[in-house]
Design a protein around this ligand. Structure first.
Ligand SMILES: Cc1cc2nc3c(=O)[nH]c(=O)nc-3n(C[C@H](O)[C@H](O)[C@H](O)COP(=O)(O)OP(=O)(O)OC[C@H]3O[C@@H](n4cnc5c(N)ncnc54)[C@H](O)[C@@H]3O)c2cc1C
Length: 403
């Protein structure tokens, strides 16, 4: 039997950040995670917000995080183009991490933060968090271990865990249990919480590809993210390693009700703007449904939920993990204050009161962006690809602005 102040179920980005924040406040923590030590997740999140980077700075991992991700000299720009290799329509210039260090300014340089946002995919981000958490003496991480069940009374929580290799069941006694086990969270259901919202906003075919030749076909300065806008197939392409690996999101249009309504290879070639001879390999693929769901309950007495366990929405604008990290930072000080005795347990009521309304608000904000983008995709005119159309449009909008 293990005794610990806080047990965290799930060692994804939210669970690990919560563990490190609690440890930084002097609280001993145990994390149970079903994956192997350091096993990377799927290729998902690509952006750590400035606020999350500030939290990572406080717990001492911001520098290591900033040293990982895209190469130091790889552009962080966001580009709208007819295709990834086609006509560039608009560009947001955002300094690479090397340029930031050298003082180069971009559209976000006025933000009042010591830690600007950082481009890094989750496959690189999580191993950095894991390695740092592993070094903390107050954190115990049990990999290949699943959360199974719990019972609570006024004194604490007794949790049953299972070792995936030996099938042995174990008990963990703790003061508080936090469910950070992602969207399928069992703990959300056990506290009597339900996801409320829209169960399907959009279907997305995501394909992670190895395409070493693509970077040589880019017509201008490379970008971190490309929005392809053309009348055949719109989509999003993200640079993962800044060299040869890319993730392509093909959001299905209205009326394309099944994942196989659209030929994956055809869509990828139209989004990239490459012909049938262009060679790429699929590293992994995922067909997923974007939702807008927020739990109607974030807590039952000594048991809480954080991150995707409490809310799920479409990744437009990059808020999913970042909102989860904000949940963790909020809950951490309240639990630490209660355990240290400088706040009464009533302070814990603030967690749901603060995080439920704000995440509900973000869920609508991101979904509205997704609806706008979907509408615009259907309205892209053929003229966008006419030679010179882009130059003429820029000149017209300059004239209209009186420039
Ligand atoms: C295509 C895509 C792009 C995205 N882009 C962004 C972005 O740019 N910015 C952003 O902020 N967010 C983004 N997100 C969302 C982001 O990936 C998630 O919000 C984030 O992973 C949530 O972290 P989490 O720790 O709450 O949950 P998860 O990452 O799901 O981690 C949960 C962990 O719990 C473990 N687990 C599950 N059940 C158990 C159990 N019973 N016992 C033990 N362990 C268990 C799992 O193995 C996993 O490690 C994106 C998502 C997608 C799909």
């Amino acid at each position: 039997m293990i005794e610990t102040s806080v047990l965290i179920a799930g060692g994804g980005p939210v669970g690990l950040t919560l563990a490190m924040d609690l440890a930084w406040r002097g609280i001993d923590v145990t994390v149970v995670e079903q994956r192997r030590a350091g096993e990377p997740p799927n290729v998902k999140c690509n952006q750590i917000s400035a606020r999350s980077m500030e939290i990572l700075r406080r717990i001492g991992v911001a520098q290591k995080m900033r040293a990982a991700g895209l190469p130091a000299d790889y552009s962080n720009d966001v580009v709208s183009a007819t295709t990834v290799t086609g006509i560039e329509l608009a560009r947001l210039s955002i300094p690479s991490r090397g340029e930031r260090q050298a003082g180069v300014k971009g559209v976000d340089s006025w933000w009042p933060t010591p830690e600007p946002s950082h481009r890094i995919n989750q496959i690189y981000l999580e191993p950095v968090l894991f390695a740092h958490a592993k070094l903390q003496p107050r954190i115990r991480i049990l990999n290949r271990t699943t959360f199974e069940d719990y019972e609570q009374d006024e004194h604490g929580v007794t949790v049953t865990t299972s070792d995936l290799d030996s099938n042995e069941k174990n008990s963990v006694v703790c003061s508080y249990l936090v469910g950070c086990e992602g969207g399928k969270s069992a703990i959300r259901k056990m506290i009597g919480g339900n996801f409320v919202g829209t169960s399907e906003v959009q279907r997305v075919q995501s394909t992670y590809i190895h395409a070493p030749a693509l970077i040589g076909l880019l017509p201008g300065k490379p970008a971190w993210l490309y929005f392809s806008l053309n009348p055949r197939r719109c989509g999003t392409t993200i640079a993962i390693d800044g060299k040869e690996n890319w993730n392509i999101h093909n959001s299905l249009y209205h009326g394309e009700t099944e994942f196989d309504s659209v030929d994956r290879d055809w869509a990828i070639r139209e989004i990239l703007g490459v012909g049938p001879d262009f060679h790429y390999e699929v590293i992994s693929k995922e067909d997923w449904i974007a939702r807008r769901l927020v739990a109607d309950k974030f807590r039952d007495r000594r048991v809480f939920i954080c991150g995707d366990a409490a809310h799920l929405w479409i990744p437009n604008a990059g808020y999913g993990m970042n909102a989860g990290i904000a949940d963790a930072a909020d809950l951490s000080w309240m639990i630490a204050a209660t355990l240290d005795g400088w706040a009464g347990p009533a302070v814990l009521d603030a967690y749901e009161a603060e995080r439920q309304p704000i995440t509900e608000q973000v869920s609508h904000f991101t979904t509205n962006i997704a609806h706008k983008v979907t509408k615009q995709r259907r309205e892209v005119p053929a003229e966008v690809e006419w030679p010179g159309a882009c130059r003429r449009r820029h000149a017209r909008s300059h004239r209209q602005r009186g420039a």
